[in-house]
Design a protein around this ligand. Structure first.
Ligand code: ADP
Ligand code: TYD
Length: 207
């Protein structure tokens, strides 16, 4: 694939969406073609699945059912949005990708990691070229996410212990995989954005 595929990961409220937006703007100003997208969602079908998984009671779906729903959404996102954008040569920035399933469905509620990996291999099969992990204290993340509260609160409602397991899980994933860069998400947004742009311009240069 010709373009560069970048994912942003982290716990809820870690600043992914803010930074994804700032990066997309900075790259466009610098003359790059950018596709800014998100999960769950990023295509018409996947946005419909988004409502099913993010709204309603925490016990609405089991972790196993969520693996199927998030993977179905991701497959549609890949077919309809990500692959065409990479074929055009775009820089694709996705706010969450498969690492979110590895963490939120794979480890936070029991050990389903091998199930997540098996379904990923069967139905998705690609990883980003670069993954930026925004690390943040989960209490701070939850406070930010709750201040922004809307109807999409199903995962925030799973609580602080859940987000703490997710934070540790993301850091462990990052240790094993060279495509990850870990950034301190507690700094001011402009500071974080500078580091993001440096990392991404270096990756574009080396691509
Ligand atoms: P995420 O997409 O990771 O959930 P957001 O970018 O939506 O995070 O940020 C969550 C909330 O925190 C938003 O209200 C946003 O304005 C605010 N926020 C984002 N980055 C920072 C930061 N570096 N410092 C303080 N607040 C932030
Ligand atoms: P998102 O819209 O990124 O929320 P936030 O901006 O609060 O981080 O994602 C919504 C929720 O979906 C988030 O709590 C994590 C969850 N999620 C999963 O559990 N598995 C997945 O595969 C994905 C992509 C998201």
């Amino acid at each position: 694939m010709a373009g560069l595929f970048i994912s942003f990961e982290g716990i809820d409220g870690s600043g992914k969406s803010t930074q994804a937006r700032l990066l997309a703007q900075a790259l466009q100003v610098a003359g790059h073609s950018v596709t800014l997208t998100r999960e769950p969602g990023g295509s018409a079908g996947a946005e419909e699945i988004r409502r099913l998984v993010l709204e309603g009671a925490t016990d609405r779906w089991s972790a196993e059912t969520e693996i199927l729903l998030f993977t179905a959404a991701r497959r549609d996102h890949l077919e309809k949005t990500i692959r065409p954008a990479l074929a055009r040569g775009d820089v694709v920035i996705t706010d969450r990708f498969a690492d979110s399933t590895r963490i939120f469905q794979g480890i936070t509620r029991g050990d389903l990691a091998s199930t997540v990996d098996a379904l990923h291999a069967l139905m998705i099969g690609v990883e980003p070229d670069l993954t930026l992990l925004f690390d943040l204290d989960p209490a701070e993340g939850l406070a930010r996410a709750t201040a922004r509260a809307g109807v999409e609160m199903r995962f925030e409602d799973m609580g602080l212990a859940f987000q703490s397991r997710a934070r540790a899980g993301f850091l462990a994933l990052a240790q094993d995989r060279p495509r990850f860069r870990v950034l301190d998400g507690a700094r001011a947004p402009e500071k974080v954005a500078e580091e993001v742009l440096d990392i991404v311009l270096a990756a574009i240069g080396g691509h």
